[in-house]
Design a protein around this ligand. Structure first.
Ligand code: ADP
Length: 497
């Protein structure tokens, strides 16, 4: 192939929307390779053969037998297509490690599977084998793009192979950190299960504070490190937000950059969304009022168009700052506001959310659980979407909100800072404002932002202006995919270190 051959990039991760999803990672893994293919790159996926994926893979072809490995006697690499996708997808069929339904990381008792080290080491190892051209004679990636700690050993195994092999053009590696708080840490005693040379057990390898740390290995060995917004890329260099990895990240800062996620604008499109009560777009917003009515009806809230509805869709974890929102809520409700919340997670937070709804049933509704269609109805029917996260690498719900004219109210951190322009007087006047963005994860600041939202709500022309500006923002994958493509090109053009 000549100079113009499409860049071959293998994305590897533990989740892929809609079949396996615990968070925004799954959405990115489904949408980014698709967007890269639209930009004429040869993007493919490598995923663990979890039951939902294994059952859905269409026309699977056996590519290679690569076991026994990591305790699994039978490891088969399959290739096929997932439903509604044109992205060629490799699946690691290793029933001993992956044939477990439900959450990809946790057993039925809510605890991590005891063999997660082997389950996700295999993912990185197979990625590296593909990069070496060992498994698929018809396709070898130029770039392996690993997502989060689950795939973070891919750059480590690639580096280990590279030191052993000669004469083979080395594939390059990219690691994207979707959330630095999740690192894949294991007891150092388990190093022997990783099939790595002994020097890798040292601080120069994957040892970290006397443990093994998959994410640390990825950061150490990836040719490029990205995270999901420029602000988060800066924040993680500080001790406050670095989750102990800031020192290493500062050391590798010349390899680190931030690219804001897009959203799948075919799935999140108010003009064609079949999950919502009525379609709408920036030019025809009457449908949004119907969506709001339907939402209020569904949840038994007071049927008043004049009451601003604040929507929340979130994992219920301390990161998301919903404890602060619950504390600030009395003022919002006192001013006639309403809230609809969908989430699950921390039992104490679930309890607190339920109790808030019980205390004011015609103003607050809470649904505990995970429900994609309901998430669409909440985004479409709410006036505001609240994202008070203490830290937020990118955040997706504020992007859905922008697209649906549901004005984000966010803590000014990470991707929230990069995607929402606060409705300051100047920004509204200059027609730049898209939401409410406050500094400091404290009750006073959040309360003040809620007060400002109420004030703007009582000024319908200005509210409409902010809503229109929000809906005009480009939240698609087009620009981010172009940035990733540039990053790959830069990486392939440079001389190997
Ligand atoms: P994180 O990955 O930290 O959970 P993001 O905002 O990046 O946060 O992504 C969360 C994704 O999960 C969004 O697509 C959001 O709509 C979705 N989500 C979170 N909780 C729920 C829920 N209870 N029901 C449906 N979708 C949810």
């Amino acid at each position: 192939m000549g100079k113009t051959a499409a860049i071959r990039v293998l994305h590897t991760a533990a989740e892929c929307f809609p079949l396996v999803k615990t968070g925004g990672l799954a959405d990115v893994v489904a949408a980014l390779p698709k967007a890269l293919r639209a930009a004429k790159l040869d993007a493919r996926l490598l995923l663990p053969g979890l039951p939902a994926l294994r059952e859905a893979l269409k026309s699977p072809v056996e590519i290679a037998q690569c076991g026994p490995a990591f305790g699994a006697a039978r490891v088969t690499l399959l290739r096929g297509l997932l439903p509604d996708s044109t992205v060629p997808t490799y699946l690691i069929d290793a029933p001993w490690l992956y044939a477990r339904p439900g959450n990809p990381y946790l057993g039925p008792d809510g605890r991590e599977w005891p063999d997660n080290l082997q389950r996700f080491a295999l993912l990185g190892w197979v990625a590296a084998q593909l990069a070496m051209g060992e498994l698929d004679p018809a396709w070898r990636p130029d770039i392996v793009h690993a997502h989060d700690w689950h795939a973070a050993l891919a750059p480590v195994y690639m580096a280990a192979h590279a030191t052993a092999a000669t004469g083979v053009a080395r594939a390059r590696s990219v690691l994207t950190i979707h959330n630095l708080a999740y690192q894949g840490r294991f007891s150092a005693e388990r190093f022997g299960d990783l099939q790595l040379a002994s020097w890798m057990s040292s601080p120069a390898g994957i040892e970290f504070h006397s443990e093994l740390c998959f994410l640390k290995g990825g950061i150490q060995f990836a040719d490029r490190i990205t995270t999901v917004s420029p602000t988060y890329a800066r924040e993680i260099l500080t001790p406050a937000e670095g989750h102990q990895l800031d020192g290493l990240l500062r050391h590798r800062a010349d390899r680190l950059s931030g690219i804001v996620n897009g959203i799948d604008t075919a799935i999140w499109n108010p003009a064609t969304d079949t999950a919502i009560a009525a379609p709408f777009d920036a030019g025809h917003t009457a449908g949004k009022a119907l969506c709001k009515q339907a939402l209020q009806r569904e949840f038994g809230l007071r049927q008043t168009p004049g009451a601003p509805v604040l929507g929340v869709i979130s994992r219920l974890s301390p990161q998301k700052g919903l404890d602060l929102l619950l504390s600030a809520l009395h003022q919002w409700l006192g001013a006639g506001g309403q809230m609809v919340m969908l989430g699950s997670g921390d039992p104490a937070l679930e309890h607190a959310c339920r109790a808030t709804a019980q205390a004011a049933p015609d103003q607050v509704a809470v649904s505990i659980g995970y429900d994609e269609a309901l998430a669409h109805r909440i985004i479409a029917g709410s006036d505001l979407i609240g994202v008070p996260s203490r830290f937020e690498p990118c955040g997706l719900t504020q992007l859905y909100g922008l697209r649906y004219g549901t004005i984000p109210l966010v803590h000014q951190v990470g991707g929230l800072a990069d995607t929402v322009v606060d409705a300051s007087e100047a920004a509204v006047r200059e027609d730049r404002a898209t939401g409410f963005s406050y500094r400091g994860a404290h009750l006073d600041e959040l309360s003040h932002a809620l007060r400002r939202a109420i004030d703007l709500w009582h000024n319908p022309p200005l509210w409409q202006r902010v809503m229109q500006r929000a809906m005009a923002q480009d939240t698609s994958w087009h620009a981010p995919a172009t940035r990733y493509a540039e990053l790959y090109k830069g990486l392939l053009g440079q001389v190997a270190p």
